[in-house]
Design a protein around this ligand. Structure first.
Ligand code: ARG
Length: 599
């Protein structure tokens, strides 16, 4: 059974872990209580009640089916026996029934839900549990030096950022690593081009953010001019041999680029800084070691003049074994060598338990081979794990990889600016009374939130079509819809002239079905976060938040908050409103999205 090391203990059926934390997750509490009953019937510990969601009730327990096999009994009888042991459910459920082949259908009592809501309202973490900490390296963003960040870097940056936020929030020790492409043969031509332009002029050029222009000029010269090619080649040799002047020029290029990356990160509100830079060049000193260590282990083979390793299970189109090349004929190292060094560094120096690579699907085979070779070499040994958190492409409306009008990949910075400008126009239309300063600030949150959310809300393994209209729409599974739900609740409190904090000790009463639905949705926040982390799939949290917002809308339409005559009802409903806004705010924050108080 594969369990995710990041969440196993928080959802596993380990009673010690669960009873040691005071959870407000109704499913966890139920599971723990039912486990006692199942264990009494089984006559042993460690029985999983197998709690699932259900259409007929709030939850269903399927554990009797498996246990019946183990005991050689009829599953319905086992379920009945468990039911007889269910005294512990008295304060939790209002009804428990045996159904079908031996399921238990369970309905939570309203008092139980009210009590939990009140506890969650008093909890700054809103019911999100913490887990025993693992040290996790997250490799994300990783643009290439002297190349513009383009739309292709959007997904890794945004998905990586939200994983960083979620894993940190539940208590893991996260190490962010930005594995920028800052090494390799193109640097020969880039440095020579820099010298041709003169340092000051090149710096001016690059600081304008026109990295691609610079790269293209160098490339054109390289393709057209043989003497330039020779210069570029000798420059690479100088760079690799550590020549001080060449290193200084290389540094200049790297710094100009990272300066530009930082500007993008800052604008996006992504947590990466210079401290997280860990580019390919950082592993230079380890590269010879990678080869000698593989050699000592007897894993190295010769193939077409190169040093390679053959991890089992990979073949080329002709069906021949596919090698991972670690040293080319002329002695040069490559991307695979630095990724192997990178595994060694992360495991041996950083002592990481888990390595996450937020990298596009096209690199799946490269990473799989690197991980396999690292396992063969004993560098990646259980319980240490490496996981490729892969993702699909961003497509234009023609369903091809998204391009700008000039045919180049759309620049990241242009994309963000357009998003903010479009959001600004949409908000001006919706709320003309806002001052310009207020509107710009809200537009920034909504525009950037829209781009991030459109990306995060699609299952990461799938491609998605980038669609301005849809992502900025105030209806549907979008950032503006969720942000608007949050802002609307803020405005209810402004109209009520009541402070949000003042309703946080109210125990909500659940009378109307829409109140009860909202309660269940609010209490499912922890489960949604656990599930999202389990699959490294932010879209699961998006789906949860969207469901919460639609459940809130239904509640708001059926249950008058301010117009109701009874003060106790008003207080109770305000408490539900406040908690909804807090969960929306916290949930979006875990995705790296801000929530304005008005829109
Ligand atoms: N710089 C690479 C690219 O743009 C991505 C690096 C991903 N990380 C890694 N450890 N290989 O394709």
């Amino acid at each position: 059974l594969l369990t995710n090391p990041l969440v196993a203990t928080s959802i596993g059926n380990n009673r010690e872990v669960m009873s040691s934390q005071t959870s407000t997750d109704p499913l966890l509490i139920l599971s723990s209580a039912l486990q006692t009953a199942f264990e009494a019937v089984a006559g042993r510990t460690g029985v999983d009640p197998v709690i699932r969601s259900s259409d007929r009730a709030d939850a269903q327990a399927n554990g009797a089916l498996g246990l019946a096999k183990e005991l050689g009994q009829n599953p319905r009888q086992v379920a009945e026996a468990v039911l007889a042991e269910c005294a512990g459910l008295a304060g939790i459920c209002s009804s428990v029934e045996v159904a079908g082949p031996g399921f238990l259908n369970l309905v939570f009592s309203n008092d139980f839900l009210s009590r939990l809501l009140n506890q969650v309202a008093g909890d700054p973490r809103l019911g999100i549990g913490t887990v025993p900490s693992k040290r996790v390296v997250i490799d994300y963003s990783a643009p290439n030096v002297a190349k513009e960040m383009h739309v292709g870097h959007l997904r890794t940056t945004v998905i990586g950022d939200s994983l960083v936020r979620m894993l940190s929030f539940v208590g893991h020790e996260v190490i962010r690593e930005n594995h920028i492409g800052d090494w390799g043969t193109p640097f020969g031509m880039l440095i020579e081009h820099l010298l041709d332009l003169g340092e000051t002029q090149a710096a001016d050029h690059l600081s304008l953010g026109d990295l691609d222009g610079f790269y293209k000029q160098a490339r054109t010269k390289f393709d057209a001019d043989e003497t330039f090619q020779d210069r570029a080649r000798s420059r690479v040799v100088l760079l690799q041999s550590g020549d001080a002047e060449t290193r200084r020029l290389w540094n200049l290029l790297v710094n100009l680029s990272t300066h530009h990356f930082n500007a993008v990160y800052k604008l996006l509100g992504v947590l990466l800084t210079d401290d997280d830079l860990m580019g390919e060049s950082a592993y230079n000193d380890l590269l010879p070691q990678v080869v000698t260590r593989l050699d000592k282990l007897g894993l190295l083979q010769q193939s077409a003049g190169a040093d390679v390793v053959f991890p089992p299970g990979y073949t080329n189109r002709e069906g021949e074994p596919l090698p991972l090349i670690v040293q080319k004929g002329q002695g040069g190292f490559n991307y695979a060598t630095s990724d192997l060094a990178c595994v060694i560094d992360r495991v041996e120096r950083l002592q990481a338990d888990l390595l996450l690579y937020v990298v596009g699907s096209p690199q799946a085979q490269h990473l799989a081979m690197v991980f396999d070779v690292a396992r063969m070499a004993g560098w990646l040994v259980e319980p240490n794990e490496a996981v490729h958190v892969a993702f699909g492409n961003v497509l234009g409306s023609d369903r091809k990889i998204m391009k700008s009008r000039s045919g180049d990949p759309l620049k990241f910075i242009d994309l963000i600016e357009e998003a903010v400008a479009r959001a600004d126009a949409a908000i001006a239309a919706k709320n003309p009374d806002l001052s310009e300063t207020e509107r710009h600030e809200i537009a920034r949150m909504v525009g950037i939130g829209s781009v991030k959310y459109a990306d995060l809300s699609t299952d990461r393994v799938r491609d998605y079509v980038f669609d301005w209209e849809r992502m900025l729409s105030f209806d549907g599974n979008t950032a503006p819809y969720l942000q608007y739900a949050h802002a609307r609740i803020c405005s209810i409190f402004r109209r009520a002239d009541t402070s949000r904090v003042s309703v946080r000790n109210v125990v909500p009463t659940l009378v109307e079905p829409q109140e009860r639905e909202l309660a269940l949705a609010l209490l499912a926040f922890n489960a949604a976060v656990v599930d999202t982390i389990d699959k490294y799939s932010p879209h699961r949290l998006c789906t949860y938040l969207y469901d919460l917002a639609t459940t809130f809308t239904a509640f708001y339409e059926h249950c008058p908050v301010l117009k109701d005559g009874y003060e106790s009802t008003r207080q109770s409903r305000l408490a539900l409103c406040d908690l909804t806004a807090r969960v929306l705010h916290q949930g979006l924050a875990l995705l790296g999205i801000e929530t304005p108080e008005q829109m």
